[in-house]
Design a protein around this ligand. Structure first.
Ligand SMILES: Cc1cc2nc3c(=O)[nH]c(=O)nc-3n(C[C@H](O)[C@H](O)[C@H](O)COP(=O)(O)O)c2cc1C
Length: 248
């Protein structure tokens, strides 16, 4: 039996970091991607999200440079080379693996966020911000406290925002667009503040948590990092006994 189309879309989506910049992404496609994003679930259907569609090259450059700087810090300085070798061991060709490591430690791998045609950058950059004062109606009096009963509502906004992001990445894939979720430029508090200021996000009430680049893929990308199977990540009833999915 052939695989269901939705599951095929889910499994075939890849992070795309090289874009064909000769092809514009029409606004109506961007609209469809965001519309699909908005169909994600959210706690009490509060929809605690906003998207900023960034096409201005100077703004893309600013945000992309943050990603490059942090990548140099993270992969170039803080992560030992053996660890990068281990993570990328799924790339069989030694030369391609070395090339991938080189562009990681130099930050070049994240140049695509800047959207420059000469480096096959993404034509469109979406910035997703979530409402950090997002609370359910039942907790109206606990606004901003995190909840005296231990509820952590800002966390719900991040969870819902992440689900929205995944919807957008899948919708992009279904519409023939390449995309890549990225957060490295938003990992550091200073960057979150500076990026918010640059694009008028009312931070810290609203907080940018993730970006999504959009564009047409330069090359079809089928090989991705391997995934663990359900039997490796699932237990039955209690942590410990593996779930075999009827394969025992
Ligand atoms: C929360 C999150 C943060 C990520 N941050 C970055 C990032 O900063 N830069 C980037 O190029 N890719 C980023 N990615 C993409 C992952 O590297 C990619 O999805 C993962 O390696 C699996 O590859 P695949 O999407 O092709 O299957 C991020 C993905 C997620 C979900």
């Amino acid at each position: 039996m052939g695989e269901n189309e939705t599951i095929r879309t889910i499994k075939n989506r890849r992070a795309i970091r090289d874009y064909d910049t000769s092809k514009e992404v029409p606004d109506d496609l961007v609209y469809k991607v965001i519309e699909a994003g908005g169909f994600a679930p959210s706690a009490e259907n509060q929809q605690p999200w906003r998207i900023i569609v960034v096409k201005d090259k100077k703004l893309q450059e600013f945000i992309g440079q943050k990603a490059v700087d942090r990548t140099i810090e993270l992969f170039g300085r803080a992560t030992p080379r053996e660890e990068l070798e281990r993570r990328l061991s799924y790339i069989e060709s030694k030369a391609s693996r070395e090339r991938t490591i080189d562009i990681l430690i130099s930050g070049a791998r994240f140049e695509y966020i800047k959207g420059k045609p000469e480096t096959n950058g993404a034509p469109v950059l979406l910035v997703l911000a979530v409402d950090q004062t997002h609370v359910g109606n039942s907790q109206a009096t606990l606004r901003g406290t995190g909840g005296v009963y231990g509820w952590s509502s800002p966390r719900h906004a991040v969870i819902a925002g992440s689900m929205m992001m995944q919807n957008m990445a899948l919708a992009a894939s279904a519409l023939g667009l390449g995309s890549c979720v990225s957060s490295v430029q938003l990992d550091h508090f200073d960057d979150v503040g500076e990026i918010s200021e640059k694009i008028n996000i009312p931070y810290p009430h609203w907080v940018p948590i993730l970006c999504l680049t959009l564009g047409y893929a330069l090359n079809e990308r089928t090989l991705g990092p391997p995934r663990q199977g359900p039997e490796e990540i699932t237990f039955v009833n209690k942590w410990g006994k593996p779930f075999k999915g009827g394969k025992e």
